[in-house]
Write a protein that binds this ligand. Structure first.
Ligand code: SF4
Length: 333
């Protein structure tokens, strides 16, 4: 095991990626930056996160700056990354870290897990990357590398992968090791066309020996639901568009939107609706949504729309919209 761990660390020192939230050769100095990058990287690619991260750190350079910002500002900065509950939880978490820990993340997994929006994966990542602890961090890249290394052809069992990954984790270079195995998965042990010839683990790798790397890992396929509905552009006589702030605790709450449904063709009030024959498609984690775009012009605010406001097209950019609603705004005539 030690040989594999050392071989990977040597490979990483020469080939690891330079990323703005990372420090090669030890722990990252700023746990706040590690935390921001980890939350952004959930379900989003490194390439996309790169620019968002730099922009975010310019806007909120410290956790205190984030805690002092309004939720609207935070959501606005998060626009385009999706999963807005994450941004809301980050804002909550920033308040707790500032109030309870004086603006410094605790170097303790248990205490990290008590913070809003920090689950086992993020807690392990912060412990490894920011505090150099020997935490085992298992993401999609790590699952692929470990499954191939051991030639696992059955459906993936995450506990089994975790246990195998744990045995390889460096006890002294937690930060570099966690980065190294992720980089190996991202740049060498790629989903397609893995570069086994240049892999530091090729001599030990079962999948490479048997020529079955691309058949691994075997993941469970989830059937996705499909939903359909309408999205409504309601204009006033001056050409202003009606928008409303989403209430409740759901994924999109706190963001601005046009009225829409995801359970069929329902219109909130009687009017002369124009069908634009445009379909807006959006993929959520658990379902695929298709919205048909309709519009109408009203003399005055219909009672069904009382909880919103009419804004000019020029003002729209000052409101925080989800990626779905940005697609809708782009589709407007
Ligand atoms: S040898 Fe090939 S399949 Fe095995 S871990 Fe390395 S890149 Fe992946």
């Amino acid at each position: 095991m030690k040989n594999l761990t050392d071989a990977l660390l040597t490979w990483y020192a020469q080939n690891g990626r330079d990323l703005p939230w990372r420090t090669k050769g030890g722990a990252a100095p700023d746990a706040y930056a590690v935390w921001v990058s980890e939350i952004m990287l959930q379900q989003t690619t490194v390439q996309t996160v790169h620019d968002y991260f730099l922009k975010w750190m310019r806007r909120f350079p410290t956790i205190t700056a984030l805690a002092e910002a309004s939720l609207d500002e935070v959501l606005h900065a998060w626009q385009g990354l999706g999963y807005y509950t994450r941004a809301k939880k980050m804002h909550e978490c920033a308040h707790v870290v500032v109030e309870v820990y004086g603006g410094h993340f605790p170097a303790d997994r248990k205490k990290l897990l008590e913070l809003p929006g920090i689950g086992p994966y993020t807690a392990s990542s912060i412990c490894a990357f920011a505090f150099n602890q020997p935490e085992t961090v298992v993401d999609g890249n790590v699952i692929r590398v470990i499954a191939r290394l051991y030639g696992i052809q059955n459906e993936i069992n995450k506990n089994d992968i975790y246990e195998r990954a744990q045995k390889l984790t460096s006890l002294t270079h937690g930060a570099d090791y966690a980065s190294a195995i992720m980089d190996l998965g991202a740049t060498v042990c790629r989903p397609q066309n893995p570069l086994c010839m240049i892999c530091p683990w090729v001599q030990a790798c079962e999948a490479a020996k048997r020529g079955i790397a691309e058949e691994i890992p075997v993941l469970k396929k989830l059937a996705k639901k499909k939903k359909e509905g309408v999205v409504l552009a309601v204009w006033d006589k001056k050409g202003n568009l009606f928008i409303q702030k989403r209430k409740g605790k759901g994924l999109l709450s706190g963001l601005w939107e046009l009225p829409w449904t995801d359970d069929g063709m329902h219109f909130p009030f009687e009017s002369k609706w124009t069908d634009h024959h445009k379909k807006i498609r959006h993929v959520f984690t658990h379902f695929d949504l298709t919205l048909s775009l309709f519009s109408t012009t009203v003399e005055s605010t219909p009672p069904a729309l009382k909880d919103g406001t009419f804004v000019s097209k020029a003002e729209l950019s000052t409101y925080a919209f989800s990626t779905l609603m940005k697609k809708v705004l782009k589709a407007l005539p």
